[in-house]
Design a protein around this ligand. Structure first.
Ligand SMILES: *Cc1c(COP(=O)(O)O)cnc(C)c1O
Length: 463
């Protein structure tokens, strides 16, 4: 049974073929859950799959995802041309390997890895795989240090905010590391120096600081966390390294917040991951992980593959994957350069700030963030509005907008929010259309809430 089985499909369910697609006498249905016995003409198979996918949402109106939904036709053409290249076949596709190497170099430079040839890293399928690799490196290094000191290695832990993306929970579960989460409290919705340090001990493999919380788009104070950890060492405590999960921020901060110090400029930051397929502006699946130097990446995690008769080091969970996304990442870096990325990200931020300001003015909403860190913001509905964030999310869905509503993490589970992610392609025009729709839906919701009010009052009275 697939993980996401759909209980309502009978085992013999079929897909009816549009009569115009199949010639008379040809199959009129195809099985849904069984491998069909015979073949279909390619055009017919294409139509069936194409039509099914119409039910997926409109990616441009999806304000829920961080992931790229538009690339230039030239990028798309390069991807089409290179879908058949296996990124692991360094020997057969040395130039794809070369482009990956150049991307690693550019990112290491962008994030200020020390020294001209410093910064080692690789591409991954996304930030989740990157997190697994970075987490493993932290765990291996901690274990080496402990073993060298003759100390037990059976109880590693990782310190982070409860707001971390699920990949860190996965990392801890899959690789037997105790997760130590700092809960949210009051106005604090992410990790801070004061809250991280008390959870660290000799078994802490690292602290994960998130540059761009998925919960509300806010940046965690990486420099302050690192400074507090430095003090911990000075006062005789354990020496705990920092990994920065910059899944989104890794491609935002260098361009529009260049003075924010969050990267390898901080000595304690040993590794950084990012999602090429988020603000890196590439279609899903590509991510990156960079270590500050060779020392940060234990040798025995690295495997060697054939490379032009020699061998090339690799570090990955999977073996085969298409080189198309890596090639597309190189295209974007080359095509946009620093100034191009800056313009794209600044436009996103301008739109986010404009949109959040308009939403704040509508009345029933309160901003938790405004888009001044990531171009992402979260807002709540005032408790006395008579309707909830879920009602607002449903109402917007009528017009095709996908704006997710969810509750914050412990200890703020009682707060429900809506979140907007502004990505490349979400224009000022679209933002204004969203505000118009919000205005109309809010006045309808208000009207409905008022109509229900006397009824609710009566019920309360009877009870
Ligand atoms: C999206 C995200 C991830 C997971 O990234 P994928 O590339 O989707 O695997 C991890 N951490 C943060 C902060 C994210 O925003």
């Amino acid at each position: 049974m697939p993980l996401h089985h759909r209980a309502h499909d009978a085992a013999d369910a079929t897909i009816a073929i549009n009569p115009l697609y199949a010639r008379p006498g040809e199959t009129q249905t195809v099985p849904k859950l069984h491998l069909p016995q015979g073949e279909l003409p390619p055009e017919l198979a294409y139509q069936i799959v194409h039509d099914e996918l119409m039910l997926d949402g409109n990616a441009r109106l999806n304000l829920a995802t961080f992931v790229t939904t538009w690339m230039e036709p030239q990028a798309q053409r390069l991807m089409d041309e290179s879908l058949d290249k296996n990124v692991i076949d360094k020997d057969e596709y040395p130039q794809t390997a070369e482009l990956e190497r150049r991307c690693v170099h550019m990112l290491a430079g962008l994030w200020h890895a020390p020294g001209a040839h410093a910064g080692v890293g690789c591409s991954t399928t996304g930030s989740s795989e990157a997190a697994m690799l970075a987490g493993l490196a932290l765990k291996w290094r901690w274990r080496q240090r402990r073993r060298a000191a003759g100390m037990p290695v059976d109880k590693p832990n990782l310190v982070m905010g409860i707001n971390v993306q699920v990949c860190w929970e996965k990392f801890c579960r899959y690789w037997d590391v105790e997760p130590r989460y700092v809960p949210m409290e009051g106005e604090r919705r992410h990790l801070t120096a004061e809250t991280a340090v008390p959870l660290c001990d000799e078994n802490t493999i690292g602290v994960v600081a998130v540059l761009g919380s998925t919960q509300d788009g806010s940046y965690e104070p990486v420099a302050a966390i690192a400074a507090a950890l430095q003090q911990l060492v000075t006062s005789g405590g354990p020496d705990v390294p920092v990994h920065v999960d910059a899944a989104s921020g890794g491609f935002i901060a260098p361009f529009i917040q260049p003075d924010l110090v969050w990267d390898f400029r901080i000595d304690r930051v040993v590794s950084i991951n990012t999602s090429g397929h988020k603000y890196g502006l590439v279609y899903p699946g590509v991510g990156w992980v960079i270590w500050r130097d060779r020392e940060a990446l234990p040798e025995d995690l690295i495997f060697n593959v054939n490379y032009l008769g020699g061998s090339m080091p690799t570090f990955a969970l999977n073996f085969s994957r298409s080189g198309a996304n890596v090639i597309a990442q190189y295209y974007q870096l080359l095509r946009l350069g620093f100034e191009g990325y800056r313009r794209v990200q600044q436009a996103c931020q301008d739109t986010a700030l404009h949109l959040s300001a308009q939403i704040a003015k509508l009345g029933p909403f309160k901003l938790l963030t405004d888009g001044s860190d990531l171009p992402v913001f979260a807002f709540t509905v005032e408790p006395d509005a008579g309707y909830s964030v879920y009602d607002v999310s449903d109402a917007l869905r009528k017009r095709g907008w996908q704006v997710p509503a969810y509750t914050l993490c412990a200890n703020l589970e009682s707060i429900s929010v809506l979140r907007v992610v502004v990505r490349n392609g979400f224009s000022r025009d679209l933002a204004d259309l969203l505000v118009d729709d919000l205005k109309r839906e809010v006045s309808l919701l208000k009207h409905h809430a008022a109509a229900q009010q006397p009824h609710a009052e009566r019920q309360r009275f009877h009870h």
